[in-house]
Write a protein that binds this ligand. Structure first.
Ligand SMILES: Cc1cc2nc3c(=O)[nH]c(=O)nc-3n(C[C@H](O)[C@H](O)[C@H](O)COP(=O)(O)O)c2cc1C
Length: 156
């Protein structure tokens, strides 16, 4: 399918600092996608899209509950293409952050075809971190946003 015609929808959850929203918007501009928060995502929009990106901050080692609930409530997706992305205080796959594995499993249970995934660090002042000014200040930075752009381009 020619990408000009392909309908791309990006759904994000970004409740802490807007870190994931910034990544979502950068990917969205590359893909010509509609970019919506999970509260505004409608089932029909998902059904009408050819490729769907799901992005979230990592909260207690998982994607946002609202995004998880959204996917759980979907019907079977008949191999519709999807990708996932996240921002987190700590690198993925260390310190219990199995968020991608968990969310990918959910997507596959709904018969999405997972075509890519992306993650980067995000500014984090959760809990006691606020007393030290947080970690990863300034992230996502220009390099992260550029990596997100390259990732999105690779999906064509
Ligand atoms: C309630 C809460 C829980 C968090 N739990 C984790 C976690 O388990 N692992 C991690 O690496 N980062 C954790 N973080 C940090 C966020 O993943 C990080 O700041 C992320 O970039 C936030 O994205 P957002 O600004 O799009 O919401 C947590 C942040 C909050 C507010």
């Amino acid at each position: 399918m020619k990408h000009e015609k392909r309908k791309v929808l990006i759904i994000y959850a970004s409740i802490h600092k807007g870190n994931t929203k910034r990544i979502a918007e950068r990917m969205g501009s590359v893909l010509g996608a509609r970019v919506v928060s999970f509260q505004d995502a409608k089932k029909e929009d998902i059904e009408n899209a050819d490729l769907i990106g799901f992005g979230s901050g990592v909260y207690l080692s998982k994607f946002h509950k609202g995004l998880i609930n959204l996917v759980e409530a979907l019907p079977e997706m008949g191999k519709k293409k999807a990708f996932l992305f996240s921002t987190s205080g700590m690198r993925r796959n260390i310190i219990l952050n199995r968020s991608h594995e968990h969310f990918k499993k959910l997507l596959r249970e709904k018969n999405f075809e997972v075509v890519g995934e992306f993650d980067c660090l995000g500014y984090d002042t959760y809990g006691p971190l606020k007393y030290i000014g947080g970690i990863n200040k300034g992230r996502p930075n220009e390099k992260d946003l550029n990596d997100a752009r390259k990732f999105a381009e690779s999906l064509f």
